[in-house]
Write a protein that binds this ligand. Sequence first.
Ligand SMILES: [Zn+2]
Length: 245
Amino acid sequence: MAAVVETSRAGPAEAAPGGAGIGLREVTPPWAPGADLLGHSHQGRPISLYRVGNPRATRTVVVVGSLHGSEPAGIPIALGLTAMTAPPGVRLVVVPTANPDGDALRRRQNARGVDLNRNFPGGVHRSTPGDTYYPGPRDLSEVESRLMAGLLAELRPAALVVYHQAMNLVDHCGGDPALTRRYAAETGMRAVRLPRYPGSMATWLHGAQPACTILTVELPARVSATVRSRHRTAVLRLAARVGAA
Ligand SMILES: [Zn+2]
């Protein structure tokens, strides 16, 4: 638990991932109080974590707003969830961004040029620095992926929702496909199964925790406030279904 009990030393403005780069004024409601510090990125930016709902709930749903810095649309969706009410029996754990350096640099990779979504255990470390999908020198070589892997191993969530862009679909990556289909229907997206990418957060988690329902939500390139709200509602409904299971 050590990774998540450290109280944030950063104020709301400092904790904002990506600074002005992601349009924080769009975020509604603004930063919720009560962030904990999961850890720091390679360049020292805070990676914040919010708990929503009864901490003693037996089921956990984890939401990751962003893993790729060039795909920030999920961040305001995740932040909005931090001020909402979790359904009974479930707690939400929200990480608005797992890659604040990438957000600040507005690029897919982290500050070391590593695609974090190829750096989880099971990655194939053949490509070289500078490649789009460079997986790093070895599994979990990056502090950001180590923090997320540690969190997910500790929490053992019933469901994980990770936001990306911009394919406009929901990729079912593990667990109960009916939950993925419902989420997709409620957000007006297609539910599909993309190839499993070695070293991705979803591929690793599915192997490690096969019961976890894993949704990779590929948002479209542009996401309106209405669509953000729809996704928050879909997350809460998913959480309610998981909590009632
Ligand atoms: Zn992505």
